[in-house]
Design a protein around this ligand. Sequence first.
Ligand code: ZN
Length: 437
Amino acid sequence: MEKPKNQKPGKLNDVVAADILTAVENGFARQTSFTQQLVRHPSVRGQEQTAQKFIYESLGERGYSLDRWAIDVNEIKEHPGFSPVNVSYENAINVVATHHPREEVGRSLILNGHVDVVPTGPADMWMRPPFDPWIDGDWMYGRGSGDMKAGLAANIFALDALKSLGYQPAATTYIQSVTEEECTGNGALSCLVRGYKADAAIIPEPEDDKLVRANVGVIWCRVHLRGRPVHTRVAGSGFSAIDGAFYLMSALRELAEQWNSEKYKHPYFEDVDHPINVVFGQIRGGDWASMVPAWCWFDVRIAIYPGVNPHDAAKEIEECLAQASRNNPTLANNPPEVEYTGFFAEGYVLEEGSDAEKTLARAHMHSYGADLEAFVTPGYLDGRVFVLYDDCPCLVYGPYSENIHGIDERVSLSSVKRITGAIALFIADWCGLESVD
Ligand code: ZN
């Protein structure tokens, strides 16, 4: 049968669909090695530039129009989705590649992914160095392999697969490689404020081959305390700021339990086991082993339900700390100070039944031979930027992984391949296809 030159959106031909999956298969060895190259860039906060340079050059070689900029706080700070920052954004680089069709026939699309990764933790806890990715059977290991460099590569190689068949999307398509997903969400927000909008978005975060129906928002803050330093021989006459920190942490845990007990009020969260997690991710304090600690700070990460305004939640957090402090003689006279240091982000719900979701369900069925499942996840996602501030259906949907944000992070390569196939089919169906010049 003669291969059709074009594919109308919403009418993907079965023969072309099968060819697309074969093309993904044929490109997968190159995709895997590209992903490994990307994981080799240790793109933790403030050090994303080399990974972004690699992405920028790789997209340039493919002939896309390119845009690259450092996030400008002044451009986004008045936006309701902005999260406060206390670090320089000089090196916080976003990259966006654009494909323009010859004729705009289908619906436009953003393929988004984040390039930043969280720290590795003690490298000696890993089987091998975390930024030297290795493959063992179906698994690719390395920090960022699952979260989410495999997904970033999947976006790029889904389009490559179409091109290898002589096709390109018949609608404007953007590939976004953003930073700041792991701490503020300001990277995705900066793309939106810069004018990047589309009829749908896909983010292949590591979501175990499922679609995210809803997720929580997140607040970060740092609580600073002062103690009363004295010699340890009269320790009882002083007050340890570190003891005070533990005391305030238990008050915040109680607040989180109260929020958990209200989960039945929040659609999609009734059946989630412990949706509101509070984590004290860092703590510093004191100056000397034989001195009652004069100071301490600790970092708080706490979740909030979709629909809860971060400003209201922050007020509750501050009231909780104030209340606990009033019950402590030293803290009552010297109350803790709260500094907002990152995420100040609302959660979101992806409304059921959108055309984008139906299109993804068809693509998933083709690639997996199974129904698309949706689930709720109690962690932050950039999907909220698209859903809340642009009314854009954002499909957070990506491969099976293990130990993300942990030790020996790994992603399943067979899952990455099927996800890439589903994304390529989604593009063909959503945007339509035209022949490459
Ligand atoms: Zn992620």
